[in-house]
Design a protein around this ligand. Sequence first.
Ligand code: GLC
Length: 561
Amino acid sequence: MDRWVALCRFVCLLTGVTATALTTSLFWAAAVQRKIQSEGQNHRKDAHNESLSIPRIKSLAALAVTAAASSDLYDTDALPNPEVITRLNAMFALPLDRLKVIVKQIISDMKTGLERDGGAIKMLPTFVTKRPSGRERGSYLAIDFGGTNLRVCELVLNGHAGEPQLLQSKFQISENVKTGSGSALFDFIAECVRSFFQTHHALDAHDWNSKRWQLGFTFSFPVDQISIKAEIENFDEKESANLSTDTSFIQGTLITWTKGFTATNVIDRDSIRLLEDAFERMNLNIEVTALVNDTTGTLISHAYQNPDTYAGVILGTGSNCAYVEKFSNITKFRGPPPPLGTTEMLINMEWGGFDDAQVVIPRTKYDLLLDRNTPTPGSYTFEQLISGMYIGEIVRLVVLDLARTGDLFAKATIVVRSPLHKQYGFETSYMSRIERDHSFDLADVKALLEGDEFEIVGTTLADRKIIKAVCEMIGLRSARLAAAGVCAVVTKMNKLNGCTIGIDGSLFEKYPHYPNRMRDAMREILGISSENILLEQAKDGSGQGAGLIAALAAEAAVGIQ
Ligand code: GLC
């Protein structure tokens, strides 16, 4: 019996163990199966993800732009490396405390420039001592020369009897003209005037040359001016003999070329004489009666519409400002005394030369490189940070550098002939276009970079975001520096209680957000007083202004009004 009991126990035990083992193995089998299933699912999920992200994005790149945009949501490459942006931001930022230092320094340099020649800001007297009254009459020619285009205008002033009429023709200035011989440059200008007559006075070809025209010449470069010509002709000969030798016949000598011009045999020579000689060679019956800077022309033409205008600013190919200064403050003034009762004179600041010593404004390695590659290194470096001729080039240098370090275009191909490899190949108008693109996937930036303009194949959204950010930083810096200049000028004029600034040039007119960025910076610098300063667009003012100044020069000058 005992044996039977022991046997039964042994069988039970065995069954139990077997059952336990069976249960356990079943449990493990189930667990293993679950794990296998779950791993399988995970694996499939990964595979699914993979096909959703990388390969699908690649295939979508060929599809509609919108589809590509939504798939970029899954593309971590779409996010630019934040370190790159932070690093560049630190290089290009101009915080308020720096802006204030800049404003102070500009004011101090303005004062020095009024006392003596040779300062960082040239502060050139313009001999324009009055603004138009609206009574001016007559027909005047004007040439506007000094940027990307040359314009010839005819301005017909009817006094108070009606709006002035303006006829004009525009000509592109080629690189050959800019960099060839001086006589070829002035011949080109005379040729443009003849072409203007042929276009606008074709029917009276004989008549237009029988009349002696008076012309206002806007020559937008630093010119050391002895007088507006009409004044010097009225100037007593005895007095003129007291001036240094020969100056009575010199109306304005070019101090230096700017904006990439290098034409030979023009520096230190009288620009009016050179132009009149070219007119003679071409048998044109024209007398130059006024030599004007584009800033002065802009101020005068804007003041014609808005008498509260106290400064004219150019934010175009180059950058500069003219403003109304108390005559008694211009202690370095030499030359024929201005008309009796003169209290004010316009000053052409030539602010482009501010901080050429490079001590006040932080410069990046890109700014320094740009400067080194200009025909006149170390000159007009403030202008290089602001104006349309240069800021696209700064963007290009940054982009090339980031491409070199692999922070940009890591997956793209840049064709060898791409303008990205050429000096000035990245026009400032492209910055405007890039900043104007607010689409989710920067489709127009893509079209620009990948199209005929640059031929960069395969840009990622991250690339495009970085490029847009670079444009924003450099465009913003330009606007903040221009704002600092305006703040300095209104403070120097003591006009914080209110005045209007006429501004011409494509940056102010066409670059998205530029005017607002300037206003924001002015608000930071001047506080609530900035609301009193009106920044107004002054379109094509310099041509009309030169005509007006020719009209003023033709009248007896009787002090600014
Ligand atoms: C350059 C010229 C200056 C001109 C400015 C804007 O800075 O030197 O005379 O006013 O460009 O055209």
